[in-house]
Design a protein around this ligand. Structure first.
Ligand code: ADP
Ligand code: MG
Length: 344
C-alpha cells in the first residue's frame, strides 16, 4: 500500500506529516549501541542533502567518494535522488540495468546484488531508481528497510546522494544516516533553503520523539497559524519548556545529538569564506543546533568541464586545486565520530 499523495514540501508547521516516523536508527540497533561491527556491515553512512537543487550535492557526493577510495577505503555510492537519479552520468556510465527500484519493489533480495562497479576502481554504485513514479514516495517502513539494508553493505563508507527539497522523504534519509551533510552555495536562496531544510529536519526529529511526552501536541499548539512570525526552533523549544519543562528538556537532549555537517560549495570570492562560520553561528542561535563545518570548495571551471565531458578521471587526479580542497574536507569528515561510536 502506498501512502497518500501530498504536495512536495513540508506542511506549514511540518508537524502533521502523513506518516509517523518510527524510532531512530540507534534505537533500532541492538541494545541501542549502534550497529554491530560484524563483517558485512558498513562503518558509516553519509547522506548529502540541503534543500536547493544545483548546489553540487551529487558532485560533492561523487568526488568525496572518490577521495575516500583514494585513501584506501571501500566505498559504495547510492543514488537516493528518487526523482532525478544522475550519479551514473557523473561517473561517465550508462544507466545500469540494476537500480534501487529492484530493491524497493522487492525484485532483488539484497542491496549487494545491485552494486555495480564504476570506472573508479574500489568505488561501487547503486544506481537511482529508474521508475521514479513507483518508488519516489516510499513508506516509512520501506525507508527503514532500505536503511537497514544499507547498514549491511560490506564497505567502509556508504554515500547517499539525496534529492533537492525539504520533503520528508529526503529529510528522513538525512536523519537516518550517521551523518547528514548540507551542501550550500554562497547565494541567499541556497542559504535560506538550507535553514528551511534544517527546520524541517528538526520538526521531523521532534515528531519521532516519544509521543507520550505530548511534545507534538504542545508544538502544534505553540506554532498555531495566525502568529505574525513563524517560530524558529529555538523559540519552539522555549515555548515547549514553558508549558512542560520535562518535554522541553527532552527536546534539548534530542537536539544535542543532531549534528548536521556543512560544506560550502562553489565559493567564488573571499567574502564567501565567512559563510560557513556564519551559518554555524546562526544555526546555534536560531535552531539550537551545532553544525559541524567541514570546509569549502571553490567553483572551478575544470570541475564542470569534467562533468560535462563525463570524465570522472579528472577527480581521481591528486594535487589539482579542487582535489586539495576536497582532501581537506574528507579529512575532517573522517574525524567526525559516528553516533554509534563505530570508528574505523
Ligand atoms: N565546485 C564546483 N565547481 C564547478 N562546478 C560545480 C561545482 N560544484 C558543482 N558544480 C556544477 O554544478 C552543477 C550542479 O551540480 P549537482 O551536483 O548536479 O547539483 P545537485 O546535485 O545539488 O542538484 C553541475 O553542473 C556541476 O558540475
Ligand atoms: Mg543531484
Amino acid at each position: 500500500m502506498r501512502e497518500p499523495e501530498r504536495p512536495a514540501g513540508p506542511p506549514p508547521t511540518g508537524i502533521e506529516g502523513p506518516e509517523q516516523p518510527g524510532p531512530g536508527r540507534d534505537q533500532e540497533s541492538e541494545a541501542g549501541t549502534g550497529r554491530p561491527a560484524a563483517a558485512g556491515t558498513t562503518r558509516r553512512i553519509v547522506a548529502f542533502g540541503g534543500g536547493k537543487g544545483g548546489t553540487g550535492k551529487s558532485l560533492v557526493a561523487v568526488t568525496l567518494a572518490i577521495e575516500l577510495v583514494r585513501r584506501g577505503m571501500r566505498v559504495v555510492l547510492v543514488d537516493c535522488d528518487l526523482g532525478g537519479a544522475n550519479l551514473h552520468s557523473l561517473l561517465g556510465m550508462e544507466y545500469p540495468k540494476e537500480t534501487l527500484s529492484d530493491f524497493v519493489l522487492r525484485k532483488a533480495g539484497s542491496l549487494a546484488e545491485l552494486v555495480v562497479p564504476t570506472p573508479v576502481v574500489g568505488l561501487g554504485l547503486i544506481s537511482g531508481a529508474r521508475n521514479a513514479i513507483q518508488v519516489a514516495n516510499p513508506m516509512y517502513q520501506q525507508k527503514m528497510r532500505l536503511m537497514r539494508a544499507l547498514q549491511h553493505i560490506d564497505s567502509d563508507a556508504v554515500i547517499l546522494d539525496l534529492g533537492a527539497g525539504t520533503h520528508y522523504n529526503v529529510v528522513d534519509f538525512f536523519l537516518l544516516a550517521d551523518h547528514g551533510v548540507l551542501v550550500v552555495v554562497p547565494e541567499p536562496t541556497s542559504v535560506e533553503n538550507a535553514y528551511r531544510f534544517l527546520k524541517a529536519a528538526f520538526l521531523r526529529r521532534v515528531k519521532a520523539m516519544d509521543a507520550g511526552l505530548g511534545i507534538r501536541e504542545i508544538l502544534q499548539d505553540v506554532v498555531r497559524p495566525g502568529r505574525r512570525h513563524p517560530l524558529v526552533p529555538a523559540e519552539m523549544v522555549l515555548a515547549v519548556a514553558e508549558r512542560d519543562p520535562a518535554a522541553g528538556a527532552a527536546i534539548e537532549r534530542e537536539l544535542a545529538t543532531f549534528r548536521p555537517l556543512l560544506i560550502i560549495n562553489q565559493v567564488r570570492e573571499a567574502a564567501d569564506l565567512t559563510l560557513g562560520d556564519g551559518m554555524c553561528e546562526a544555526a546555534r542561535r536560531l535552531f539550537g543546533v551545532d553544525l559541524i563545518y567541514l570546509g569549502h570548495l571553490h567553483h572551478r571551471e575544470q570541475v564542470w568541464r569534467a562533468v560535462r565531458a563525463r570524465e570522472p578521471a579528472y577527480f581521481e587526479r591528486p594535487g589539482t586545486p579542487f582535489a586539495l580542497e576536497l582532501s581537506a574536507v574528507a579529512g575532517r569528515l573522517i574525524e567526525v565520530p559516528t553516533p554509534g561510536g563505530m570508528r574505523p
